[in-house]
Design a protein around this ligand. Sequence first.
Ligand code: NDP
Ligand code: MG
Length: 379
Amino acid sequence: MKNICILGSTGSIGTQSLEVCESQGFRIVGLSAHSNIELLAEQVKKYCPKKVCIFNKEKYEELKNLINDINVEILTGIEGLISLASMEECDVLLNSVVGMVGLRPTLAAIKAKKTIALANKETLVTGGELVMESAKENGVSILPVDSEHSAIFQSMQGNNKSQVKKIILTASGGPFFGRTKEELESVTLKDALNHPNWSMGAKITIDSATLMNKGLELIEACWLFDKSPDDVEIVVHRESVIHSLVEFDDNAVMAQLGVPDMKIPIQYALTYPNRFKCDTPRLSLTDCKNLTFFEADEDTFICLKACKEAIKRGGLYPTIVNGANEQAVELFLNGEISFLDIGKLVYGSLSIKYDVDDFDVDDILIADRLAREFVLSKK
Ligand code: NDP
Ligand code: MG
């Protein structure tokens, strides 16, 4: 029996995580959403958590009215998320909010010595160094939920981490694999939201179409597995059957395979090191027939190039490209900029001059704000 707190419980990862918790008989002690009070209220009625957070303060009264017969503490805003993340009753914090807003709750949960099941990759992209140091200091495990990082983590089990030579991060290539820049000029929001293999929230679906997602994952992998960006190779694998691989010093390569279903990595993070029954389809290799592999086209999908450059420069540059991307994706989702503008703005944000030695969370927040302002000034 574990007590789980889920941040972003109304999202794609959040709702699947609740199903996993239910199947494993885990108790839900905290839930949160940004604005979706209808679904959050339903979840509160079903799972009876101790605390719930509605990030958007304007929705507080409405949520309160929907659940006034339930004994639950209602919190709001970032303070609410932080309080939820560090609540006494919680054993494992599953962080599945979208965006760098997830960073401070993750840090608070680490200080409170909670095990972290991390879906929110922006946490490590922006605060990788602070998070990993604090986790070490507090003896806390960060268990990856992102399918590629879960695959890497699984492939490393039973091996000596210091003998890992390379990480091979697979990418589906998204809906626009193989297209030229000219062909991408006219793609629409609907085209970009149409991911071939995975059903996910809007922001990460756009990130998959621009390959920003793979760039963010490269940065995430460097922090999680203590590797330099040159030790992480990206390979486009259209079928999303091999979720990533690890190459060891003796050139042996270990991989994790499975149907593309997030419940497998979510459950592994919650039940690690155990492997229990999971209600996903089995992988049939004979149905797969062909597994294909290609190089990623960084000249067309320049978000990936920008992320590589950012992690190589280090400091606050990963935060800057991430912030620029969060803002640019929001504009694209609102129909205010074109698909190719996202890459131009993200790459352009590398021209921002803001870097300080020994940065803290406040510096990360400033760098994030500067990147967003940069994008808004250029749109
Ligand atoms: P969704 O957009 O589906 O869900 C996001 C969740 O976070 C929702 O509960 C949403 O609330 C809440 N939320 C959104 N914005 C804020 C905010 N500013 N403050 C507080 N809460 C907020 O996202 P996904 O589930 O797809 O992704 C979540 C994270 O997991 C991302 O970092 C993504 O990169 C990562 N991830 C996702 C995968 C997937 O398959 N979906 C795979 C691997 C990683 P509301 O519903 O009210 O808007
Ligand atoms: Mg992933």
